[in-house]
Write a protein that binds this ligand. Structure first.
Ligand code: CP3
Length: 337
């Protein structure tokens, strides 16, 4: 049996068609997710392996995506690192964020097998149920996780984060390093439990300048990527909003680069300047339009992505208001292209 399509594309091989999965594929746009979610809070859902596995499988069963992604959240390991996390109607909140150098004492490595045992159990349950469909584990990148640690919420201007960086550059680098080490342990535990690829989400890295990216963000992120790759799985680095600095981003050393929707995927690939695979990059808003437009744009992305090392995805997470029929049209278009 050849390796699954998704894993071959991650390794930069030529594939007979582009494999497809969708960021946030398990979530509120699915009626079957909303039914499960009606009975439990979001964090309970993440922490109950049977339910987390069930919602992970929902989009696989409905659409036949070429990869599953562990159902959890970027902020789950932050809680294990020592910072309380709440999910409110207005989004995530950390009541006691890192605002001063002394607060670093409250953040650190943790034993992934015990403190986040529910994640590892979810992975084991899934591997028993997924058959040939590969399972992607994930975590946030050091910078994106640090923005939550410092801001205590999804930021708008990122002034708390950047202010902390410029006032306390030594401690800012320490914080990024602590998060990178804790995340390394956490991701290696996911691989041991059965994750076959890892995606590192740098959702907010687009807000830093190229110079700050090189001096603050690159060192801990590159260390994390190489330490996770050493566990033997392909690593996807999704640097949202950062196609403008893609030649620098390539220094992270990932197997696959997630491309947001801002640049055509062939241009983004050329900018990388390294022979890595790419993943992306349909604007998730296109799924709010008609099937004909979804088909036209998806086909164009498959063409521009090329035969070698292209994983089809959206350029960012799917919106909760997306009609299920749009996802059906998308999968059909990518399969037919
Ligand atoms: O992709 C998947 O299907 C796996 C599950 C997944 C979730 N969050 C589930 C979720 C993944 C991979 C994430 C990652 C995540 N979480 C990111 C990075 C991805 C990105 O979009 O860039 C970020 C920034 C978060 C933090 C987070 N989680 C926020 C800001 C919010 C609230 C905003 C919102 O969309 O509601 C969440 C909640 C969340 N994470 C939901 C889901 C399905 C909605 C929770 C609910 O059911 O009410």
């Amino acid at each position: 049996m050849p390796a699954p399509l998704f894993l071959r594309a991650c390794r930069g091989e030529v594939t007979e068609r582009a494999p497809i999965w969708v960021m946030r594929q398990a979530g509120r746009y699915l009626p079957e997710y909303r039914r499960v979610r009606a009975g439990v809070s979001f964090l309970e859902l993440c922490k109950t392996p049977k339910l987390a596995a069930e919602v992970t499988l929902q989009p696989i069963q409905r659409f036949g995506f070429d990869a599953a992604i562990l159902f959890s959240d970027l902020l789950v390991p932050l809680e294990a690192m020592g910072l309380e996390v709440q999910f409110t109607e207005q989004g995530p909140r950390l009541p006691e964020p890192v605002r001063a150098p002394a607060d670093l004492r409250r953040v650190g490595r943790f034993d992934a097998a015990s403190k986040t045992g529910f994640v590892m159990e979810t992975i084991r349950v899934l591997r028993g149920q997924l058959g040939d469909t590969p399972l992607i584990g994930f975590a946030g990148a050091p910078f994106t996780v640090a923005t939550y640690a410092i801001e205590g919420r999804t930021a708008k201007s990122f002034t708390e984060t950047k202010g902390f960086f410029y006032r306390h550059p030594v401690e800012a680098r320490q914080l990024l390093g602590l998060i990178a080490e804790a995340t390394r342990d956490y991701l290696r535990a996911q691989v041991r439990a059965g994750a076959q690829a890892i995606q590192i989400f740098d959702s907010w890295v687009g807000v830093v300048s190229a110079d700050d990216w090189e001096s603050f963000v690159l060192p801990p992120t590159a260390a994390l990527v190489s330490e996770v790759r050493a566990a033997g799985v392909p690593v996807i680095y999704f640097a949202n909003g950062a196609t403008t600095i893609f030649e620098r981003i390539a220094r992270v050393g990932a197997d696959v680069y997630g491309v947001d929707w801002r640049l055509p995927i062939d241009e983004a690939r050329a900018r990388l300047g390294v022979p890595a695979a790419v993943q992306g990059n349909l604007d998730p808003s296109v799924l709010l339009g008609p099937a004909s437009e979804i088909q036209r744009r998806a086909t164009e992305i498959v063409r521009r992505g090329g035969k070698r090392g292209h994983v089809f995805n959206l350029g960012h997470g799917i919106y909760p208001e997306t009609p299920v029929e749009s996802v059906e049209a998308l999968v059909a278009a990518v399969r037919a292209a």
